[in-house]
Design a protein around this ligand. Sequence first.
Ligand code: CAA
Length: 381
Amino acid sequence: MNLELTEEQQMVRNSIREFAQNEIAPLAREYDEEEKFPRKQLDGLAELGLLGMIIPEEYGGAGFDSVSYALALEEIAKADASVAVIISVTNSVCCYPILSWGTEEQKQKYLVPLAEGEMLGAFCLSEPQAGSDASNIKTHAVENGDFYILNGTKSWVTNGGEAGVYLVMAATGENNGRKEISAFLIEGETEGLTVSSVEHKMGQRASKTTEMSLTDVKVPKENLLGGIGNGLKVAFSSLDNGRIGVASLSVGIAQAALEESVNYAKDRNAFGHPIAEFQAIQFKLADMTTNTEAARLLTLRAAAMKDANHKQTGIYASMAKLFASENANKVCADAIQIHGGNGYSRHYNVEKFYRDARITTIYEGTSEIQRIVISRGILKA
Ligand code: CAA
């Protein structure tokens, strides 16, 4: 077993770390305060090929392996989790399903411009009444000549109103008493696809999250992704991949909070000493470091399994997402404790990290859903 990164993986990590610290981190606070979409930062990342990281070069991507992808997302999240979630969603749950399930025509039409950074992608599964219970969606598609006509409402759409292509799950009928669900690729400019509201969130505020309305949206039949009735397979296999992205993002937030805490503990004096000399602080830092390293290893393990096409990748992706997201919340809470009252102030970065971390145990499947996926996997084995 070799736990060392390859030279190429180290190069990816180092170059993205430099870009993220110089071009993304200094803008993070302002963009968060103003809920400003980070177009400029994304343009820079697109130039580096990071909007199609796991996409082969023949389709305009950077051709990274999943381990490099995880390392890159960690570095971006360390600088700004809002930018990281935008990148993670377009890569993991839009580009990747088109690569895995798309026809050659769909790849040329949608994957190439996505991977080349000409547009962003979005993923539309959740609805107001269907979050964890994803198969309970009401959005439906009715066949009409060479088209499907879609109606419904989608919630929590990252990149809503900004994306050039939306991967939308909709019911196309019933099969053996169960809803038959199919996946569609819908262009952002399509008539009837509109932003019905923009969420004003606790954290990751520079990433745009919307509710989308679909009113008589006409989609050509050739835009069905993965064939009729395979929508949940498309969605859940995309989420297996997306959860590696959210785990990486969570490691990045935790690492950032940890580093701020180490610096603060060395600078801040109490009772005539830097607080780093007190064991109460030292033990907190030790636990934060140990658990963040464990989260990183579990995440890279899931990514390496994906690269090896291992059949248990989904279970490992869920373990990584569960552990890394819970850890990010714990580390950020401890980082605030170390900062004392200052940690509660917007003058200090840990306040933002704490807010940014909160959603990681919820989106792309709550911690409770990850436990369902993991336990089903164990019990089936
Ligand atoms: N890969 C491929 N196919 C899969 C799969 C996987 N990992 N998991 C399940 N499937 C298939 C099953 O084989 C099944 O197909 P068949 O009917 O042909 O057998 C179908 O999908 C349905 O599977 P289940 O019967 O297991 O489905 P379920 O209703 O019991 O649900 C669940 C299982 C694990 C609870 C699932 O609903 C789930 O993961 N829920 C959470 C959804 C989620 O993560 N939502 C986040 C949305 S994205 C987001 O957060 C917004 C954003 O932009 C960031």
